[in-house]
Write a protein that binds this ligand. Structure first.
Ligand SMILES: NC(=O)c1ccc[n+]([C@@H]2O[C@H](COP(=O)([O-])OP(=O)(O)OC[C@H]3O[C@@H](n4cnc5c(N)ncnc54)[C@H](OP(=O)(O)O)[C@@H]3O)[C@@H](O)[C@H]2O)c1
Length: 298
């Protein structure tokens, strides 16, 4: 099978890491798609436009599609329900149908927010029960991906961090301005349990899955990947401060559930299916957070 990968959302936080991983050694032909940040290497394709998606699929003929583009901010989703449906669900139809027409299969990126967070850890076979519109839209996208191609896969991941262009690009790195501002008290959630996961790890897992696919291993169905450190946002903020030798006394723990869009308490993803295939890559938060934030310090 030819090694031709098309990556949607290649200008995004995860997509950039995925693009880099597949370009690493030149063994894959790679095409990255973007929308508002298209340019140089990234082709502008509005994936909510069925014809535009078909055209790029017919031209590039991917054997594997990593479908990463989505609206992933739960608070934005609650305000933009129709636009989210178009991007997270309808566009997933177009991507999967376009890929199927050229014999390609799709790995759809999903989220731990498809679970209600009441009974962790969650296996790939556990029944999802999303609490918010974002989680519901991603679950609907999963169902589309799995229905549109028998070889398609879903990879669910939790909160991501990595080499951000702007601090507000990740729900982890967005905490850093308050951590750095040691003269002002800040309150950080110490309630919901999270498993911050480095984008480079997810990119590596996706490449390992894609390599297995072209070697003939069945990778259809649902996979989970996750960092293995259980942390609240308060824990992450303290780890950031310690990484830069900053004081921590201005960071206060909020033991109450977060306000705003309802979020799961602890949607820890068990990664046994991927590990059973020999797939691995789990970075340590305290080692990786400093390189991710260094360019924003002081
Ligand atoms: N970030 C997290 O913590 C997290 C956690 C769990 C799961 N996920 C999932 O991981 C995936 C990647 O998330 P991310 O954080 O990398 O997202 P992101 O940084 O917000 O990137 C979103 C991507 O979607 C593209 N896009 C938006 N509208 C488009 C359109 N109409 N046509 C084509 N492309 C469009 C954007 O392109 P432009 O910027 O060029 O417009 C961008 O590349 C998503 O499926 C998300 O649900 C993310």
């Amino acid at each position: 099978m030819a090694k031709r990968v098309l990556i949607t959302g290649a200008s995004g936080l995860l997509g950039r890491a995925v693009l880099k991983e597949f370009e690493r050694d030149g063994s894959w032909s790679v095409l990255g798609l973007a929308f508002s940040r298209a340019g140089d290497k990234l082709r502008k394709v509005d994936i909510t436009d069925k014809q535009a998606v078909n055209n790029v699929m017919q031209e590039f003929k991917p054997t594997v599609v990593i479908h990463s583009a989505a609206e992933r901010r739960p608070d934005v989703v609650e305000k933009q329900v129709e636009a989210t449906q178009a991007l997270n669900v309808s566009a997933t139809h177009f991507v999967c149908q376009g890929a199927a027409q050229v014999g390609g299969s799709v790995i759809y990126i999903s989220t731990d927010y498809v679970f209600d967070g009441k009974n962790p850890p969650y296996k790939e076979t556990d029944i999802p029960n999303p609490l918010n519109t974002y989680g519901k839209s991603k679950l609907e996208g999963e169902k589309v991906a799995l229905a549109e191609g028998k070889d398609n896969a879903v990879l669910r991941v939790p909160i991501l961090y990595g080499h951000v262009e702007k601090l507000d690009e990740s729900a982890v790195t967005v905490l850093f301005p308050k951590v750095k501002n040691t003269s002002e008290t800040c309150v950080m959630s110490d309630y919901e349990r999270r498993y911050p996961t480095h984008c480079d790890d997810v990119a590596s897992v996706l490449r390992q899955l894609a390599e297995k696919k072209v070697e003939g291993t069945d990778i259809s169905g649902v996979f989970h990947w996750s960092g293995d450190e259980n942390m609240t946002k308060y824990d992450m903020a303290i780890a950031m401060a310690e990484a830069f030798n900053l004081p921590t006394s201005h960071i206060q723990a909020d033991k109450n559930p977060s306000t705003g869009t309802t979020r799961p308490y602890d949607a820890h993803l068990a990664t046994s299916r991927a590990e059973g295939l020999g797939i691995c890559k789990q970075s340590k938060f305290r080692e990786q957070i400093k390189p991710a934030l260094e360019k924003f310090f002081p």
